[in-house]
Write a protein that binds this ligand. Sequence first.
Ligand code: SF4
Ligand code: SF4
Ligand code: SF4
Ligand code: FES
Length: 583
Amino acid sequence: MQHIKNVNNEVTLMVDGVSVTVPEGTLIIDAAKKVGVQIPVLCYHPDLAVRATCRVCLVEIKGQKKLKTACSNEVWEGAEIITNSKVVRDTRKTVLELILASHPQDCLQCIRSGNCELQQLATTFGIGKPVFESAINGEKKLPIDKGNPSIVRDANKCIKCGRCVAVCQEIQGVGAINTANRSREYEISTAYDKKLEGSPCVFCGQCIAVCPVGALYEKNNTDEVWEALDDEEKHVIVQVAPAVRVALGEEFGMERGSISTGKMVTALRRLGFDKVFDTNFAADVTIMEEGNELLGRIQHHGVLPLITSCSPGWVNFVETFYPELLSHVSTCKSPQQIFGALAKTYYAQKAGISPDKIFVVSIMPCTAKKYESSRREMNGSGYRDVDIVVTTRELARMIKEAGIEFRALEDESFDDPMGISTGAGAIFGTTGGVMEAALRTVYEMVTGQELKQLDFKMVRGLAGIKDAEIDLNGLKVKVAVANGLKNARLLMEKIKAGECNYTFIEIMGCLGGCIGGGGQPITSQAGAKGNRMEGLYQIDRDSVIRQSHKNPAVIKLYEDFLGKPLSPKSHSLLHTHYLARKK
Ligand code: SF4
Ligand code: SF4
Ligand code: SF4
Ligand code: FES
């Protein structure tokens, strides 16, 4: 069929009898959305390349015999699309019934119940009991892979949509999971069918974030937290990462990107934590250590570019794929681990509590943080620095389980001293934020002058790679920022080829940085990362102090305990080393 183009590169068509004009190249699902019609999808995800494998989105087109997939076909001038005929409804229902025929329907025990795209569609289409004989009847249940600290993979629930494969390959460039076999044998698998622990998986959790069902999910550590909270012998303290406070509200029906810091602190106190502290404080300490490491390397001709180390998915990636570049990675621990080491030394001393009684819980937007806290090197305090990590989603489940009405809570503030932070600490949660926070401090360290304009807008935004040249009063510093591991790979290849003249590079493993972490509330709506990012910049704008080295609690930490950045004490508590990992 020949499609007519109009001069404005727009096309006008009919969707269910309603006229709509959209840009050329618009997909049928997006044109339908413009007239208020939500076509069901399962394999389609707005952040990923289209695969069109599930056939749930079929629509009828006037004049054509075959139904078409709305997620993979573009509209054209004069098209007449019917999304709601009997044949369309019946076909979609049959497609869903076939998927459900080989799906264990144990929604009551399933972690995704209530937020499962398959369950929602089954409800919408009124599918109760499976009409087709179950393909899994009599078949052996596949083993559930839970042999790592971060991610559980239950292939029994996989509907083979391919979203996880796409994100792992296209966005992360890791390729830990792939498709295998054809036809009825088609499945999602790791190489040689190994467990994730034995694969190149970096535990970023991006596959969880796109999985429409309960086939991939975070390792649940909420029971350990409840147990610690019930133990009167333990002094249980909690730290919350910057990106959690701009996403947690989504789990309670608040608008995307809403800032819920005060309610979150109140909820944590109601859950029974003895002290509620802030990872943003530790982010400010990170800047003191990493900023000085950068200056030292510049002044003493050390290995450059220096690359940030706060994102554990990224650290796993460089250890696995680029071990020869490990000397570029900052030895500074991540804010989560800096907090843990200081909690069991500095805070223990200050509060007069034996460190073996202190139990540190982290609330993180990230599944790789669970792995990071379990690393043998993360015991600078002489104890395991962080005892348990739960994700934003797990915290939301705990709040719901406790019957706390999150939206009705009054705002409370973090505890002193590890709850005092700056706007620079807050923006650690977004791509470009660590770089901007570092520049705000390094500028003043190098020049001895006050930085008048604190916003470094050239490193902001959701582009995969950003770069800029910063003038530190005559000292020109080229910097780059990458988010998503495929983008990190591009920069690593440049360094390997000797084509890189950057001095400092920030890398975050997930697209958008921690705001898009694998432990954040799951949404397949486009735009969530932008809203959460805006929330963090709002917190920064509203902060009284916006530079890490001006944080009074950090100044006191160095005066009373650490001495100065990169001191022997700082080195033993706040710095680490890396290990080459097998692919
Ligand atoms: S994945 Fe969805 S449909 Fe399947 S058991 Fe879990 S909630 Fe139910
Ligand atoms: S956690 Fe990350 S690296 Fe591992 S399989 Fe999922 S997307 Fe791939
Ligand atoms: S694990 Fe999830 S995302 Fe991956 S193919 Fe199966 S259902 Fe799709
Ligand atoms: S959503 Fe269109 S084919 Fe799967």
